[in-house]
Design a protein around this ligand. Structure first.
Ligand SMILES: [Zn+2]
Length: 554
């Protein structure tokens, strides 16, 4: 009967003898069926029970197969077979259970990889990183259009080289990652050395003994504007910042003197030794300068707040100088501006008029405005920057009040900060947080995290912003920034000629311009400082014009 039982017909057409052997064995041991498909006969009869148990375990799966189909109720050893059958059924169930579990797990991982990868990558609780710098190739820094600003290549021996295709042009803002680190290379080090490549490629890299590719940092910088700003500043020491007032995106950030980050290692000793020029300093974010007349934007705001309904009645007769005690304020080059309203005083950048405003503002009025605008505070940004300084108090002397009101005295500001002040005016009174990193992407292009425009604070009413904008427009149409009028775009701005003491005696004059274009719906803010270059009108304004021209395709 067993010979007729198809359950004993193994796939390789084993002989009847084999089957008998199986029968014999089974009969002798109860459930000791050996699925010895090789055809060995029942030498097993001579085995002890331990050996048999061992063989039973080895042939577990085959036994399951046999038991499942051995349903003949007339077989000898029936009770044992039933017990064995129950166990086999349980084993089948457990096996199927694990197979189903495995399938579900596979489907789930597939689902996460394909559909939920972005969500997982950007989840702050996700610590799935390839780990330390030892097994990650430093990611690239790119602009939104894919222009590579920094990348790492590997030669056949596994040596890594960090390259900066634009050499000096992005030197300070991108920074460097050898001999210490600076700029975005320092600020974004964690992201550049983290990897969110797919699980599969991480496993593959591990199997191949290769490093995984780090994440890429996508910046807000505009390569074309950056180059224009770089060449426009020419050989002057100084800085340029270009930003979008309504988003806070930094489009260009230049600092000079500069260096080539490709040769930072070989040039390091020279760069560090040259302490007088501060070549490694990013002047845009860390350079502290007297704001000069650009500060009159804030002095004007303080005045507007004390005279909200009668500022149009402002009247001043400029004789070219104003003295209190031993301090004398003069208008630039001894100019006498004569009778002025507030608009005229602003567009002429009349020092005596603003010195008089400074004398008459209530205690702490100018300080409150300055501190609202983040003087003496850390700027609300991830961009590492120096803290601007404002020292005037209600106990300050008249001389200090006058000099501070015209942007001299002890006040110091970074170009980035002045760009933020100007952006606040351009943006109807709302200061946005400036940022350089648009998003982090895995090397496969998946978004890991994204920065969105973020409001720092509403610092002025729309009316205040509008009034100061009108004064800044007058500065362009008939004041100190006239070189910007008549272009195919509108500009509102303020110049500055900031005097400062020079080491070793004498005074120098930094050339400032801060302004924005397309006044009704501002596009970009440009802040320029050229050290010891003279008046804002002569140098900073033409530099800004090149940038506006480039932006509008001129
Ligand atoms: Zn004047």
């Amino acid at each position: 009967m067993r010979q007729n039982d198809p359950g004993y017909q193994n796939p390789d057409n084993h002989t009847e003898t084999d089957t008998e052997g199986l029968n014999q064995n089974k009969q002798g041991t109860g459930d000791g069926i050996q699925t010895d498909w090789s055809g060995k006969r029942a030498e097993e009869s001579g085995e002890n029970s331990v050996q048999k148990d061992s063989r039973r375990r080895r042939s577990l799966l085959s036994r399951v197969h046999i038991r499942k189909i051995d349903l003949n109720p007339q077989s000898p050893g029936e009770e044992e077979e039933e017990a064995g059958g129950r166990r086999n059924t349980e084993l089948v169930a457990v096996t199927y259970f694990f197979i189903v579990l495995l399938l579900l797990l596979t489907v789930w991982i597939g689902y996460l990889e394909i559909f939920k990868r972005d969500d997982l990558n950007s989840n702050i609780n996700n610590t799935k990183k390839a780990g330390t710098s030892g097994n990650v190739i430093r990611g690239s820094i790119l602009t939104g259009d894919g222009t590579v600003l920094a990348s790492t290549s590997i030669d056949g021996d596994g040596n890594e080289t960090r390259s900066y295709p634009y050499s000096n042009i992005f030197a300070h803002v991108i920074g460097y990652a050898s001999n210490g680190s600076a700029g975005l290379e320092a600020e974004e080090n964690y992201d550049l050395m983290s990897s969110h490549t797919s699980l599969l490629s991480q496993i593959q890299s591990k199997d191949d003994g290769k490093k995984v590719q780090g994440d890429n940092v996508i910046v807000t910088l505009n390569p074309s504007l950056q180059q224009t700003a770089y060449y426009a500043l020419g050989s002057y020491k100084g800085a340029v910042v270009v930003m979008e007032p309504d988003s806070g995106k930094i489009l260009a950030m230049v600092s000079k003197p500069d260096f080539d980050p490709n040769t930072i290692s070989t040039q390091w000793e020279n760069l560090v030794a040259d302490s007088s020029s501060g070549v490694l300093l990013n002047r845009a974010t860390q350079g502290l300068y007297p704001p000069g007349s650009t500060f009159k934007m804030l002095t004007t705001l303080a005045y507007l707040r004390e005279h909200p309904s009668d500022y149009t009645q402002f009247s001043w007769d400029c004789t070219g100088s104003l003295s209190r005690g031993d301090v004398t304020i003069t208008c630039y080059h001894g100019e006498q501006h004569g009778q002025e309203d507030l608009t005229a005083a602003f567009r002429n950048s009349c020092n005596t008029a603003f010195a008089d405003i400074g004398l008459n503002l209530k205690d702490n009025a100018l300080r409150n405005v300055a501190e609202d605008f983040l003087f003496n505070s850390k700027l609300p940004t991830d961009i590492q920057s120096s803290q601007s300084v404002f020292k005037l108090t209600k106990n300050s002397s008249d001389g200090e009040k006058m000099t501070t009101a015209i942007g001299q005295g002890d006040t110091l500001v970074t170009p980035l900060h002045m760009a933020m002040v100007t952006s606040t005016i351009a943006n109807g009174g709302i200061m946005m947080r400036p940022y350089l990193v648009d998003q982090i992407k895995s090397s496969e292009g998946d978004t890991v995290s994204k920065n969105n425009p973020s409001i720092y604070k509403k610092l002025m009413t729309p009316d205040e912003a509008q009034t100061i904008t009108q004064f800044m427009e007058a500065t362009v149409t008939s004041g100190t920034a006239q070189a910007l009028s008549g272009a195919g775009y509108s500009v509102a701005g303020k110049t500055g000629s900031a005097e400062h003491d020079i080491d070793g005696g004498g005074t120098g004059t930094h050339s400032w311009f801060c302004g924005f274009s397309n006044v009704d719906d501002p596009d970009i803010v440009v802040a320029v400082i050229a050290e010891d270059a003279g008046t804002g009108s002569a140098v900073a304004v033409p530099i800004a014009k090149q940038i506006f021209d480039a932006y509008y395709g001129g």
